[in-house]
Ligand binder design. Sequence first.
Ligand SMILES: Cc1cc2nc3c(=O)[nH]c(=O)nc-3n(C[C@H](O)[C@H](O)[C@H](O)COP(=O)(O)O)c2cc1C
Length: 184
Amino acid sequence: MALMDIIKHRHSIRSYLDKPVERDKIMKCLEAARLAPSASNRQTARFIIVDEPGLKNQLCDEAFSGVFAVMKFPRKAPVIVAAVGETPGLAHRAGNIVLRTNFGLIDMGIAVEHFVLQADELGLGTCWLGLFDEGKVKRTLGIPGNKKVAALLTMGYFDEALALGEHNRNNLEGMSSFNGWKLA
Ligand SMILES: Cc1cc2nc3c(=O)[nH]c(=O)nc-3n(C[C@H](O)[C@H](O)[C@H](O)COP(=O)(O)O)c2cc1C
């Protein structure tokens, strides 16, 4: 599929078929994430794949407990992916403060979206998840305290007949201009 077709085809999928995901497909997604660019080529993105049903259910119980209990659909996904970055060390924290940015999170966004787009090309649906109990995710998966769980993803096969419709997005005029800021 051409890149633009994949971009248009990808939607957040919140309903999954009860069908396991092949490891070789997951490895292709990981390879796409591995090739993502990162600031100073630091390559700090790490991915924990949870496809063992018992652990996945335990992870969902923990991640989506308390105020996060509204998140019901991830439990139905056959795979949960934890995208883990680094909490910046002193030098990078200083750099982030001076530049008023967070390169670590930018890097994570790029790597995760590489993963997501590759998944789509392989016929797999995903959904980014930002609402979860990070501390409990770390404890469940044994992720060291100095790491940052930037996002979780659900992943799995889905019914391609789902009417996903057009993406609800700003139009191009609303989000871009040439040769200077000419936006509202
Ligand atoms: C960083 C990030 C966090 C998100 N967190 C959640 C979430 O916690 N729960 C959820 O259902 N969707 C979540 N989403 C999915 C967005 O709601 C979705 O991408 C957006 O509505 C656009 O829809 P689309 O992905 O189908 O194009 C998240 C997306 C991103 C990029």
